[in-house]
Design a protein around this ligand. Structure first.
Ligand SMILES: [Zn+2]
Length: 198
């Protein structure tokens, strides 16, 4: 009898993982043949001892459990404070982070290369923002939106909820109600290819 795969072992597509009497096979990352469980992709074995289940995680899914300095994140503005804005990450380096509990802060001094007087002139709650990770303390990440590539990439009108259109480097206008709002905008505001629906 062949050896079963161990937790955190790296396996290749088609590799034998164990038998169905031993583990509950994951439908996406494994297949069953003659009572044996095999990997449908190359990755890292994840065994849940309590549920007796087995699955294979892709390298990227495993990688995305950590955030590193220099990573590019896209997230939603959760709250505004006096001197910073809180952002929950939806993607890290373009990989969707569904069960994200990562939170970052952009301090008022790292919003723009220019002086920002008020946080609310740069961001509003529910804006979608692209930022760079600059440092980490425990589970809190410091972010920067300095530079043309970073800042708000999607914003809705705070009065009527319509998506705002860009009218100048730092101003947005609502076509529906005429409301004008300020933001620290990324240069591709309104033109972002990345999926923004999570
Ligand atoms: Zn409006």
């Amino acid at each position: 009898m062949k050896d079963s795969a161990k937790d955190k072992e790296i396996v290749l597509t088609g590799q034998y993982l164990g038998v169905v009497e031993e583990y509950l096979p994951d439908k996406q990352s494994t297949y069953v043949k003659d009572g044996g469980i095999y990997a449908t992709k190359t990755g890292i074995v994840k065994i849940d001892k309590d549920r007796r289940s087995i699955k294979v995680l892709g390298y990227q899914e495993e990688d995305r459990k950590t955030v590193k300095i220099g990573d590019i994140v896209i997230g939603t503005v959760l709250f505004l404070r006096l001197y910073s804005v809180g952002i929950s990450f939806a993607t890290i380096n373009n990989k969707i982070q569904f069960n994200s509990s990562y939170l970052g802060n952009v301090h008022v001094s790292h919003i723009s290369k220019r002086y920002t007087e008020k946080i609310s002139d740069a961001f509003q709650i529910t804006d979608i923002v692209r930022a760079k990770v600059t440092s980490q303390e425990e589970n809190e990440y410091s972010l920067s939106t300095e530079g043309n590539d970073f800042g708000v990439i999607h914003a809705d009108c705070s009065i009527c909820g319509t998506t705002l259109g860009r009218i100048s480097p730092d101003k947005l206008r609502c076509e529906r109600c005429g409301n004008v709002e300020n933001r620290k905008l990324a240069n591709d505001y309104g033109n972002v290819a990345e999926s923004l629906k999570y």
